[in-house]
Design a protein around this ligand. Structure first.
Ligand SMILES: *[C@@H]1O[C@H](CO)[C@@H](O)[C@H](O)[C@H]1NC(C)=O
Ligand SMILES: *[C@@H]1O[C@H](CO)[C@@H](O)[C@H](O)[C@H]1NC(C)=O
Ligand SMILES: *[C@@H]1O[C@H](CO)[C@@H](O)[C@H](O)[C@H]1NC(C)=O
Ligand SMILES: *[C@@H]1O[C@H](CO)[C@@H](O)[C@H](O)[C@H]1NC(C)=O
Ligand SMILES: *[C@@H]1O[C@H](CO)[C@@H](O)[C@H](O)[C@H]1NC(C)=O
Length: 449
């Protein structure tokens, strides 16, 4: 039996779409003007890193805006599309703008670049704008400063600049500044077992309006983020299903079936990328605004009722823990949450101050547990060969990948005994699986993905 499976749904193809680069008109960010400190200028050399450096005097620590130290900026050993410059701020920052400059008094500057960001320095997310992975227009000379205000701030500890294009008569050369301010939020790590209840003071909670906000990050595609229910049959559940966000809500049905209140709305995709996603649910009667990562979806609930009647508690990270083996197959949330706010109650803060009692199954902790993944870089000729295990009739593989290239072979394996082979490739940005079975033997091959 052959099984080709892709679990975790983490594959993300970041393609270099030149046609999407139409960014002449930059509008200033309308957000608060206060978050505009220079985050790079005071940093020591050791927090800068890069793909390579031409020599020590071109090292990444010299890549500070308006400075002339070393050779006057960073230049990599080769000017190609595999170079990057990285800064570690030491802790998470809110980033509102970025500025670049070429290497001092040289012909080396970057004319276009991308910005990636990360909490860990391992799992990178490209900055998006207008739905595209954004290419920032860079410099046109070595000493002019070109600054871009981000359309929306990003929160990250690490920033990586990836040059896409540079002066034709020169090399890649960079000096940068990143503008923003400090960011702090208490985080809660859920281990996939623990549930955090917020108990209502008066046992019953009857609300016409609700505002529930939180941020989450996870590598799992399934899990209950929060849940509340009432004995009358009302409920509200926010959960991840197949890495999409699903809000299930019922403000009331009647026994005769003439009023059917169940409402289900799905939004987002690939939310198991272990990057932060923010959710805000605002309800006024049957009108709901569901906002995921700044994308607002408005809908009305089914049925005729306006009040949400919940009993006892609302639980974060899973369904209430009953002590009995659950007939319900819904998985608990495994990952991190922060800034949890339920109708003005600062849940994260209450949990941190031990005012809430987590279930006695599982562990709640106040720092995010990062998944253990090791990235491997492939150039056009390199590959990784993993020895097969003989006498195994199951072949299962899962991986995440990121590339700028629309074509390439991702995986190849021969089956034992000359039975054929399997190939997974990218062709014009689409993943294809090709299985070649030699038909002269009676064998069953099952494929699932
Ligand atoms: C939903 O958003 C719209 C537009 O921003 C606003 O007018 C409306 O009051 C919001 N509704 C709720 C229930 O918050
Ligand atoms: C929640 O409490 C923390 C710690 O006191 C605070 O920093 C944060 O701003 C509060 N969040 C909200 C939304 O009130
Ligand atoms: C919770 O943490 C403790 C100590 O770190 C560990 O011994 C225990 O196995 C953990 N429980 C679960 C359910 O992971
Ligand atoms: C590709 O990577 C391999 C292994 O790291 C290296 O030996 C080879 O020189 C590289 N080829 C190119 C064209 O960069
Ligand atoms: C299919 O696999 C067989 C056995 O490995 C090999 O001889 C044949 O060339 C393959 N055909 C294609 C189209 O790859």
């Amino acid at each position: 039996m052959v099984m080709v499976s892709r679990t975790g749904c983490g594959a993300a193809v970041f393609l270099w779409i030149l046609s999407s680069i139409s960014c002449r008109a930059w509008t200033a960010s309308s957000t608060s003007q206060k978050c505009d400190e220079q985050l790079v200028s005071a940093l020591p050399h050791v927090v800068f890193s890069s793909s390579s450096s031409m020599s020590s005097s071109y090292s990444p620590g010299y890549a500070k805006l308006n400075k002339r130290g070393g050779a006057g900026g960073w230049s990599p050993s080769d000017s190609d599309h595999y170079q990057w410059l990285q800064v570690d701020f030491g802790n998470r920052k809110q980033i509102s703008a970025i500025a670049t400059q070429g290497r001092y008094s040289s012909s080396d500057w970057v004319t276009q670049y991308r910005m990636l960001y990360s909490d860990t320095g391992r799992n990178w997310k490209p900055y998006h704008q207008d739905g595209n992975i954004w290419a920032f227009p860079g410099n046109i000379n070595s000493d002019g400063v070109v600054r871009h205000d981000l359309q929306h701030p990003v929160i990250a500890r690490y920033v990586r600049i990836v040059p896409l294009d540079w002066n034709e008569e020169g090399r890649i050369g960079l000096r940068i500044e990143v503008y923003g301010c400090s960011y702090w939020a208490d985080v809660i790590n859920f281990d996939g077992h623990v549930v955090l209840p917020y108990r209502f003071k008066n046992k019953k909670m009857k609300t016409l309006k609700d505002v529930i906000a939180l941020k989450f990050k996870t590598s799992e595609s399934e899990g209950v983020i929060f849940h509340g229910e009432g004995q009358q049959g009302d409920y509200i559940t926010l959960e991840l299903k197949k890495a999409k966000l699903v809000l299930n809500l019922n403000l009331g049905s009647n026994q005769f079936g003439s009023i059917y209140g169940h409402t289900s709305v799905m939004t987002g995709s690939l939310l198991d990328d272990h990057h932060w996603h923010s959710v805000i649910i605002e309800r006024h009667g049957r009108n709901i605004n569901l906002t995921l990562d700044r994308h607002l979806q408005h809908f009305r609930t089914n049925g005729e009722f306006d009040y949400l009647d919940l009993d006892y508690e609302i639980t974060f990270g899973g369904l209430p823990f009953s002590g009995k083996p659950s007939s319900n197959s819904r998985k608990n949330f495994k990952g991190c949450m922060e800034s949890i706010n339920y109708n003005g109650n600062n849940i994260t803060d209450l949990a941190k101050r031990k005012k809430l009692e987590p279930s006695n199954v599982g562990n709640l902790s106040f720092s995010c547990v990062e998944p253990h993944t090791v990235p491997v870089f492939f150039n056009a000729t390199s590959y990784l060969e993993v020895l097969g295990r003989p006498n195994q009739d199951l072949f299962s593989v899962s991986f995440q990948f990121r590339t700028w290239n629309p074509n390439g072979l991702l995986l190849f394996s021969n089956f034992a005994d000359g039975l054929g082979n399997v190939e997974i490739d990218l062709t014009e940005s689409k993943v294809g699986v090709r299985i070649n079975i030699t038909l002269n033997k009676k064998n069953q091959i099952d494929i699932s993905s």
